[in-house]
Design a protein around this ligand. Structure first.
Ligand code: AMP
Ligand code: MG
Length: 414
């Protein structure tokens, strides 16, 4: 049995899947979508600036475009008196040039006319009979964003491999990308196992358990912008389990749940081995989720996730999610924990990196003071109700035996 530590296991998954994407797949298949359809997908093409940004020296204020040398002082008594020679509206240009002791009325988003090098806000001006008194000094560049200072025509703005969120959407729209080339979404087969597991539409017998894992996994896969393909429930019987695993391996990724512990009918690893699977690891020192299997068979990756519902959900988030991100073409998959103050002392046996259901209470002053996190009382990794009273996982480092109230701790939101 190969049991890895948390970090090591995560890095192994990322390295294996990245190598596969680069070596075997080389180029992931792409498709072209309209900009609004592309939200959540991963760019398959680099995006460059089609013009300078801004395309002209842009005024950031309503006011008057001036030659800064004409307006040297802040002293109202010495206010400069400039002749108003016209106006520059957004979307148009003032055709002429601003000469000495002249100014042009200008709107936010309009092009600063030639000759002028600064814009004085309208609040510091008074206009009378075609003359403008300016009571604030203007330095060169005041309230002006120079042409091309944000980016130059031809600059790389977004690399292939970038996930499209709202900021990327704004960038794509700004360069006029009506359609975008994105990677195809990975297809993820979902195969829960267990003789006691029944479909949610049937009335469970007294010792049967409804199949919740298939549904939580479908939700997680869809949330990762991949296509979930539930392929039924496999019994704890080698022949049928093998058939269903073979079917699942036709997808880009197979997620099994259950049947990976030490029980007599935990057959998943045995069946995978009979299919010549390469098992990269079959245990991770985490709680919940220790018996986690990761490997590859018939050209597809698989995870044998432990069957307890919380273990299934947590191991998906920690391991299957980054694997899916890379299969989707994403370049970077950082795992970022929040930091919070622990509400109460916590003692436990060290040895596993723990992800414990917990509740993060936002501070009433979130800018000035940190959130506080408290553990939820839970009855182990089958306790879905406890997870629904939680809104995060408290992350306890492998070696920690005790955490003290008030201490900074890591938190993974859910
Ligand atoms: P296993 O990993 O197969 O030993 O299962 C561990 C626990 O998770 C057992 O109590 C199972 O009944 C439960 N379990 C397994 N599969 C599912 C599932 N698809 N939905 C809900 N609970 C499950
Ligand atoms: Mg089972």
């Amino acid at each position: 049995m190969a049991v890895l530590r948390f970090q090591q296991a995560r890095e192994t998954v990322i390295a294996q899947v990245s190598a596969h994407v680069q070596a075997v797949l080389r180029a992931l298949p792409a498709e072209t979508l309209s900009l609004s359809e592309s939200l959540g997908r991963v760019l398959a093409e680099p995006v460059h600036a089609d013009r300078d940004f801004p395309p002209f020296p842009r005024s950031t204020r309503d006011g008057f475009a001036v030659r800064s040398g004409d307006v040297p002082a802040d002293v109202p008594a010495l206010a400069a008196r400039l002749r108003r020679i016209g106006e520059a509206r957004a979307g148009e240009a003032f055709g002429g040039t601003v000469g000495p002791m002249e100014c042009v009325e200008i709107m936010t988003g309009a092009s600063v006319p030639s000759g002028a090098d600064a814009v004085v806000m309208v609040e510091y001006t008074a206009e009378r009979d075609g003359w403008v008194e300016i009571s604030r000094a203007a330095a060169p560049g005041l309230n002006v964003v120079p042409q091309g200072s944000e980016s130059r025509r031809g600059d790389l703005l977004l690399s292939a491999g970038r996930r499209i969120g709202y900021a990327e959407t704004a960038m794509l729209a700004a360069v006029g990308k009506k359609t975008v080339s994105v990677y195809r979404m990975p297809r993820v087969a979902i195969l829960p196992t267990g003789d006691e597991v029944v479909e949610i539409g049937t009335t469970p017998g007294p010792y049967q358990i409804r199949n919740s894992n298939s549904y939580s996994l479908q939700a997680q896969v869809a949330g990762a912008n991949a296509i979930p393909l539930p392929i039924g429930i496999a019994p704890d019987r080698e022949d049928r389990l093998r058939e269903m695993i073979v079917e699942g391996l036709r997808s880009d990724l197979l997620l099994l749940s259950g049947g990976v512990s030490m029980g007599k009918f935990d057959l998943v690893e045995k069946v995978l081995e009979s299919l010549d699977a390469e098992i990269v690891f079959d245990g991770v020192a985490i709680q919940p989720g220790k018996p986690l299997v990761f490997g590859r068979a018939k050209g597809a990756f698989f995870f044998g996730l432990p069957g307890n519902p919380l273990s299934t959900m947590v191991t998906f988030e920690l391991f299957a999610r980054p694997a899916l991100a890379i299969l989707s073409g994403e370049q970077e998959v950082p795992l970022v924990f929040l930091r919070a103050r622990l509400a109460r002392d916590l003692r436990r046996r060290p040895g596993l990196t723990a992800f414990l259901p917990a509740r993060l209470e936002a501070s009433s002053d979130p800018v000035g003071s940190p959130p506080v996190v408290s553990l939820i009382d839970w009855k182990g990794s089958g306790d879905v109700a406890a997870l629904n009273r939680a809104n995060c996982y408290l992350v306890v480092p492998e070696e920690a035996e005790e955490l003290r109230a008030g201490e900074w701790v890591a938190v993974l939101p859910r």
